[in-house]
Design a protein around this ligand. Sequence first.
Ligand SMILES: CC(C)(COP(=O)(O)OP(=O)(O)OC[C@H]1O[C@@H](n2cnc3c(N)ncnc32)[C@H](O)[C@@H]1OP(=O)(O)O)[C@@H](O)C(=O)NCCC(=O)NCCS
Length: 148
Amino acid sequence: MAFTYRFATEADVDAIVAIEVASMSSPWNKDNYLEAINSDHAFIMVAADGDNIAGFAVFYLTPPECELPDIVVAESYRKRGVGKSLMNEAIRQLKAHKVDTIFLEVRVSNTAAQALYSRIGFEEIGKRKYFYSDPIEDAICMSLHLEE
Ligand SMILES: CC(C)(COP(=O)(O)OP(=O)(O)OC[C@H]1O[C@@H](n2cnc3c(N)ncnc32)[C@H](O)[C@@H]1OP(=O)(O)O)[C@@H](O)C(=O)NCCC(=O)NCCS
């Protein structure tokens, strides 16, 4: 199946929120996504399967660094390479924005996300105790240096 990778628009926000709410214990709300879409210092990359949104990833840009606070693939689309392609498409855009390093945090129990990040080349740079609530859990901090 061919997915299209593009920047999110306001028209995508309801679908993004539905995926987020179904997947995350402390979900972002509609305003969080609208703010990212309308900011000069953020973007949301979406994977579209025709009219359906299969997944999305949010990036906050502070060149030469950026933060990946939220990436979700809808459950029915997981383990088909969508997360990896979302990241690779976003990395192309980040390089154009003069970003050379991505930072993120991930729950220690979230082995699926850790597998995705490791596959792309992220490395562990530290841990944050009790970083998450609902449930309380430590975070692994990871970073990826983008090659020129
Ligand atoms: C993490 C997430 C985005 C991965 O998306 P995805 O589209 O399923 O990932 P991909 O299919 O691109 O897989 C990327 C790699 O991770 C591996 N992987 C993905 N899910 C996995 C799992 N549950 N267990 C083990 N490995 C897994 C894949 O095998 C693949 O490795 P490969 O290239 O060696 O085959 C998805 O599981 C998700 O949305 N989870 C809920 C939200 C979440 O936890 N977000 C991250 C918050 S930090």
